[in-house]
Design a protein around this ligand. Sequence first.
Ligand SMILES: [Zn+2]
Length: 579
Amino acid sequence: MTATAPREEQLWSRCAGCASLLYRKRLRRNLDVCPECGEHARLGAPERLRQLVDPGSLRPLADRLPEADPIDFVDVVPYPHRLTAARASTGLVEAVVCATATIGGHPVAMAVMDFRFLGGSLGCAVGELITRTAERALDERIPLVLVTASGGARMQEGALSLMQMATVSQAIAALREAGLLTVSVLTDPTYGGVAASFATNTDLVLAESGARMGFAGPRVIRQVTGRALPEGFQTADFLLRHGQVDMVVQRRSLRGRLVALLAATHAGAPTRPSVPRQEPASHRERLADDAAAARPPATPAADGTAAVRDAWDTVRMARHPGRPTTLDYLDSVFDGFVELHGDRLGADCPAIVGGVARLAGRHVMVIGHQKGHTTAELVARNFGMASPAGHRKALRLMRLAARLGLPVVTLVDTPGADPGVSAEEHGQAAAIAENILALTVLPTPVLAVITGEGGSGGALALAVADRVLMLENAVYSVISPEGCAAILWPDRSAAPQAARALRLSAPDLRRLGVVDEVVPEPPAAAHDDPAETALRLRAALLANLLPLLDVPPAMLVRLRRQRFRRFGATRAGQRAGVR
Ligand SMILES: [Zn+2]
């Protein structure tokens, strides 16, 4: 701001688009859209709700949750201090405001994110509040409307933030099954874990004019690719052109458009076919449920050999070029692998391999990220970074497995999803989101193993499973240590500190309940004795898969949902290590 006096600052504000000095009351009457140039200023959640819902209909939902600092995160400022500051400056408890209301007389449950609060980041509390809102919608059999504004998952809560993508997605899947409409309204900006889950896996996706949405942000993509970005990259119009949103809506038309959509879908029966409906649990299933619940927990990390290993050393171990790849394991752990290719939409991604194979005589569908041991192999496989076509291929194979009654085994080893222009143009966020959602309801056993790098949403797209195993020297994280350091520390050289802060090692994640079992590697590491590693992985796969084969599919899905439901704030409010 210029040298205007405080009183004048409240009366006037300058448009970020055309720099016109605007009378604030006039701007507010115009819904915070510049009357000169049409720039849509960002809205806080309370103002957004005021604009959308019928006057007097708003019923806020409870927003108090146990305090959560699940991994005791400290960068240059302790996480609780950042929370306190965000609360003081916004007057909100968290980065989302949830309520029931009516819009044009139609009852809805709503969750509206607020970018002012820690960049609208998705942490355990935000995930829990949105999930409860979706559950409220299910209870009352009313549509769910989400308004997103977020930089992505909240780094300060580590992999538990990543889990929220699955927690909220499965709540949306339940609404899909029940035939209840889900709508997301993308506002500026919507990125990362929010873009790759509930912002795009709803029935309808509306983009407000001026919104930008993508999985990776423009700065990251520019850095990684070294290329200039196309004009209008990731803007609402770009998203519409690339088939990723249903419509682009001016703010002044948004409420009217929602009213029309709610009215149209309220009239008839549910319009969309859905994944197999879960029948009520039979007595026999309940017995199986009890039996499964009574099963003793998996053995924790076997011998503690890695207990003293520094997190940064583990990161380097997980990335070692000699580490066995998915194709190596397909050769050493499985028999008779028959690779299946293509997403049926026009591409075959080399970073994802999948197909049918046998494990100790049983047929399974194996899907994994493929890296390589040489530079040429790595380049040919895009370093194990899947494109949207790769995620869609994986999805096709998962669904095929469910139809054929094959269990799914996934092998996760990726630095993350492909940070490229083309990946964004082809719907990276929605592709990841769809896989996460599909896995939450896939009616067949799913067993995931983090074998090397479990990098953010790209990893989770293969890792929403009944059982999640992790090799001893693998890592699993919401963001790379380098990426985290670049954002939260003065520079990237702090990556080792970030690695420690993120709690990305197998023993840490076992303690947090993100993984169920740690598969010990041979002394030194997997790349020193691939044959022994394969034997240990094979034994762990069998021990975990066989009990799942006896559980009826509907029960599996129910238990899988419980598994991901428990990552909410109530649990995260407890200290890491109490389990
Ligand atoms: Zn303007």
